[in-house]
Design a binder for this molecule. Structure first.
Ligand code: FES
Length: 159
């Protein structure tokens, strides 16, 4: 705790002091990046903004980080989507069904595998641009992604 406070205070001091930044140009960035590496803040280039659009048109703006799945984004942002992600990403429920805009769908790097296709077949309101959120991994070029949440979900485990 004491170490973290010391780093924060040192970083603040360096940021505020023009004389220190001008005299020791290497110190400022070095201390700043050390602060980030402690996990106190996400680097801006790792943040991916994602908007979930409910069937009634309500938009829920969230953010995740590169490498997160869309299921991670829902969980980490406490997005209230009833029943979403019931199997926690083990490809057994289809409750994480999301609908992409055609442009975004075509840019997704991975095509759905057989297991995902089998689960999608059980999803309600299936479209040509449907995917399972637990199988979509965020990359920086997805920043600004908008996905639609179907009005009903089907937990395939209940069948
Ligand atoms: S969370 Fe169950 S299939 Fe994605």
């Amino acid at each position: 705790m004491l170490v973290i406070n010391t780093c924060r205070n040192t970083a603040r001091l360096v940021q505020r002091s023009t004389w220190i930044r001008n005299s020791f140009p290497i110190i400022g960035p070095s201390i700043s990046s050390r602060t980030f590496s402690l996990g106190l803040a996400l680097r801006k280039q790792d943040v991916v903004n994602v908007t979930f659009v409910r069937a009634n048109g309500t938009k829920i703006e969230t953010s995740g980080k590169v490498g997160d799945s869309l299921l991670d984004v829902v969980v980490n942002n406490n997005v209230d989507l009833d029943g979403f992600g019931a199997c926690e990403g083990t490809l057994t429920c289809s409750t994480c069904h999301l609908i992409f805009k055609t442009n975004d769908f075509e840019k997704l790097p991975d095509k759905p595998g057989d297991e995902e296709m089998d689960m999608l077949d059980l999803a309600y309101e299936l479209t040509d641009t449907s995917r399972l959120g637990c199988q979509i991994t965020l990359s920086k070029d997805m920043d600004g992604l908008e996905v639609h949440v179907p009005s009903t979900i089907n937990d395939a485990r209940a069948a």
